[in-house]
Design a protein around this ligand. Sequence first.
Ligand code: FAD
Length: 474
Amino acid sequence: MTHSLLDTLAARLGPAHVLTRETDIAPHLAETRGLYRGEALAVVRPRSTEEVAFAVAACAQARVPVVAQGGNTGLVGGGVPFGGVVISLARLDRVRAVDPLDATITVEAGCVLANVQQAADEAGLLFPLSLASEGSCRIGGNLATNAGGTAVLAYGNARELTLGLEVVLADGQVWNGLRALRKDNSGYDLKNLFVGSEGTLGIITAAVLRLHPKPVSKATAFLGLASARAALDAFGRLRDRLGPRLTAFEYVPRFPLEVVLRHLPGAVRPLAGDHASYALVEISSPAPDAYDELEAQLGELLEAGLAEDAVLAQSQAQGAALWRLRESLSEMQGFEGGSIKHDVSVPVSRVAEFLERATVACEAALPGVRVCAFGHFGDGNIHFNLTQPVGAETAAFLAEWPRFNRIVHDIVHAMDGSIAAEHGVGLIKRDELPRYKDPVALDLMRRLKGALDPQNILNPGKVLAAESGPEALP
Ligand code: FAD
């Protein structure tokens, strides 16, 4: 059976695009953090929507699971296969069209995010989705995870940037929903079912994405703040004054900043003094006034005592250096030993309270644990990470992951938050979902999955538990 499936796939896609050798498929079996390692019969590399449809139909007929993969940069184990066939979208990498008047771009799922940004830029427009992994993640993966990133405050998540989709369904049919409409109330919003579904409901092969005008000027600053509460006050003030021109408010407490300064080659301390908290602020303007505007706002923050100190980037290079500090946090944390990570959100008004409660609870649970929380403060999204105590044994620390999940997720839930803010559920949060998700919502999700994928061949065991499947925690 397996051989005849692989022969069928090779006959249509070409033998060079049905990988079975261990060394060829190895990069597709593991994920970025090394938490999971799976297995697969083959990795197939279709070049067109028709070839994806063919591969899915063949697998469906053979009842063999398929796992879609883009850049494989996901952080929840969603793209790791546990048997079956991996469908890599990497060769569907064409920009099909850019339409300046509609302000849209039509791209295939395998386009690297940075290339989508560049194509928009060359047309004089902005595709604002921005993640530290943008040089390797692919737009299909971004949409399948409803990626967030650093520009959500002004432009929304991947979902808000999606107008239309083309999707291969579990039986190999193609749904052509590639429309550029701003208004379409002709029934259920199908595209929003597939965005954020992590490859469990269909395989996205192309998308029509919304573009925005390019800002004429931008300015970036780094604030020194007394506390998370001060960060909230400063954020509230800036948002009220600047509205959508406030394009980023990223929160970095003292410990993560020290970590990045310790380990990132060439990193420079942005402010001379020491502060409990920091924030990276960016504003974008349709006029050439961003620098003056941010300078004025910083003056007011300092005068009102909402910030203790601030530095305003004097050049693009200085602004990029500030962003590099922020974007390196996650990677640099690894140099301090084992990390237990939680990607959570609470209402923006409660972020400071969440940080205080979760920090106290985790420090009480394991004396010496180092809270390394940072993130998209303006979206209420905190990466509430924990670093092992100095001198602790890494494996013993990581074995505490379920205990810390309980502590952190219970607090998030009690504060009306989400235990999966922007990275998705995948495998790592799958078994947490039944505890925190509304049972009716969970039941609806199961019914949708059953209706769209009755054989359960699309990324089985991810998001929702399957009868048999991989263990959720590494
Ligand atoms: P993959 O990892 O290949 O796949 C992710 C999931 O989507 C899997 O479940 C997979 O089966 C499914 N999938 C992939 N392609 C398709 C498709 N075409 N159709 C259907 N399903 C598909 N995420 C954020 O949201 N915000 C951040 O700020 C952020 N920063 C990051 C920084 C770093 C350094 C790294 C390593 C990751 C970061 N991520 C972030 C996580 C990750 O980059 C995003 O989730 C990204 O959107 C995944 O894209 P990908 O192409 O790598 O998807």
